[in-house]
Write a protein of this length. Structure first.
Ligand code: IMP
Ligand code: MG
Length: 176
């Protein structure tokens, strides 16, 4: 733990898990027996992907893409870099993107455009654990999210600061 970072708790482990269960209930109703490809946006969404996937009852396949936009700072660079976007042919498939947080909107916009331009999807939805209440730099909204959060720099449960704190089971914020 970096000594000078004081993490103030925002969402407890229990609150996060309850929020994910509510989302899973909604998704289980929507997709029922339909097969869905979950596309996890690494690295931040790894915890959310795992906990959500365990609660889904329809047939699910899991894919992982690795994007980068933040660099080492605490504000979006605005440039999304696809570090690894290896995917099977998703044409005709139902796709649900799993993202940790929508902030500036750049990452969401990139994924929405990329997947819809590359494949002729049967169905496309975007879900995020967190929806940051900010004015988006580009137009992009999640179809589903678990929690709305204020414009603070958050860490934990997948979210990092310079690569740290992803393993915390709760979410907190750091004063920057
Ligand atoms: P956006 O492209 O600005 O919408 O931000 C998307 C990505 O930036 C997310 O997938 C996160 O990985 C990262 N991010 C956004 N806000 C935060 C935060 O408060 N803490 C840590 N990472 C964040
Ligand atoms: Mg992310």
């Amino acid at each position: 733990m970096v000594k000078e970072d004081k993490i103030k708790p925002l969402l407890t482990e229990e609150e996060i898990q309850d929020g994910i269960q509510k989302l899973a209930d909604e998704l289980n109703k929507r997709y029922e027996n339909k097969e869905v490809y979950l596309i996890c946006v690494l690295k931040g969404s790894v915890m959310f992907m795992v906990d959500l996937a365990k609660r889904l009852t329809m047939p699910v396949k899991m894919e992982f893409v690795k994007l980068s936009s933040y660099g080492s700072g605490t504000t979006s660079s605005g440039k999304v870099v696809a570090v690894d976007i290896t995917l099977p042919d998703l044409s005709g498939k139902n796709v649900l993107v799993i993202e940790d947080i929508v902030d500036s909107g750049h990452t969401a916009r990139f994924m929405i455009d990329y997947l819809n331009n590359r494949f002729k999807l049967n169905d496309f939805k975007f879900c995020a654990l967190l929806n940051k209440k900010v004015k988006r730099a580009v137009e992009a909204e999640a179809d589903y999210y678990c929690f709305e959060v204020d414009n603070k720099f958050l860490v934990g449960y997948g979210l990092d600061k310079d690569g740290c704190y992803r393993n915390l089971p709760y979410i907190g914020y750091i004063e920057v």
